[in-house]
Design a protein around this ligand. Structure first.
Ligand code: NAD
Length: 257
């Protein structure tokens, strides 16, 4: 019960990594507000975990939505800036200015504004903890559209700068770097029928099993466990860094495995 008496916000909490983390934080005692554009998914989760999970519609591309979400719990101790979607495959010599801005807004500006609006609320509480979702693509590994992976690399640096800026308020800021995790992200932007998601995730599992030392695809719960560590007082001396949770894929691929 590491989050007993704490209030948390999770963006992108209606699905995948955010959903698993919201459930984990609630299991460990937190009152959790999830923000998402997926109202059906959010409403489905709301009220679960003994009524500890609440949903508020939030588009993280809208500054006022982010501010309202941070203020929803009344008081705020813990924030997981996680909402995102896979970018369409792109190359720097092909991308449009509009697609570039959209991706940076969804994945990087959203995190900056989440921290911006959460920090004063946490400072009022005497401190807090923030985790931001990056990606192995920030390290040059894996499925990596250029605009997406650039934004995710920005999340790593932003986490360090914010950790330095906010230490005076006893607010810790870290990033998590997921590897291949079985969620809806790889297919969501393609708007494929729901029945195809299973097939896509089978392919991801297959790729992961071949290319990484831990021979299985990652699960949202693998990331939730790491995030809840970083958000908890167990990580009281950890700030301005990141935790890679990728089954070892960033070691590189070697046939001898
Ligand atoms: P997911 O699609 O299952 O969940 C993402 C959630 O974010 C969804 O509920 C979606 O509705 C929400 N979302 C999308 N756009 C939003 C917006 N504008 N405002 C609010 N909510 C929005 O995918 P996931 O894999 O759980 O992704 C979570 C995070 O993890 C993302 O930031 C993603 O880039 C990152 N990530 C995922 C993987 C992976 O392998 N799945 C790997 C590295 C990083």
């Amino acid at each position: 019960m590491r989050f007993s008496g704490k209030r948390a916000v999770v963006t992108g909490g209606a699905s995948g990594i955010g959903r698993a983390t919201a459930l984990r934080l609630a299991e460990e005692g937190a009152e959790v507000w999830i923000g998402d554009i997926d109202e059906a998914g959010g409403q489905e989760l709301a009220g679960t975990s003994n009524g500890k999970i609440h949903f508020q519609r939030c588009d993280v591309m809208q500054a006022e939505d982010i501010r309202a979400l941070m203020e929803a719990p009344g008081e705020l101790d813990v924030l997981f800036n996680n909402a995102g979607a896979g970018g369409a495959p792109d190359k720097i010599d092909e991308i449009s200015p509009e697609d570039w801005d959209r991706t940076q807004s969804l994945l990087l500006r959203s995190v900056a504004l989440g921290i911006r609006y959460a920090a004063p609320l946490m400072a009022k509480r005497g401190g807090g903890a923030i985790v931001n979702t990056s990606s192995v693509s920030a390290l040059g590994t894996g499925y990596a559209p250029t605009a997406y992976s650039t934004a995710k690399a920005g999340v790593l640096h932003l986490s360090k700068m914010a950790a330095a800026d906010l230490a005076k308020h006893s607010i810790r800021v870290n990033a998590v770097i997921p590897g291949f995790i079985t969620t809806n992200i790889f297919t969501r932007h393609l708007e494929v029928p729901a029945e195809m998601l299973d097939r896509a995730n089978q392919v991801i599992a297959h790729v992961a099993a071949g290319a990484q030392p831990v021979k299985r695809a990652g699960r949202p719960e693998d990331i939730a466990a790491a995030v809840s560590f970083l958000l908890s007082d167990d990580a009281a001396f950890v700030t301005g860094t990141h935790l890679v949770v990728d089954g070892g894929i960033t070691i590189g691929t070697r046939q001898s495995w």
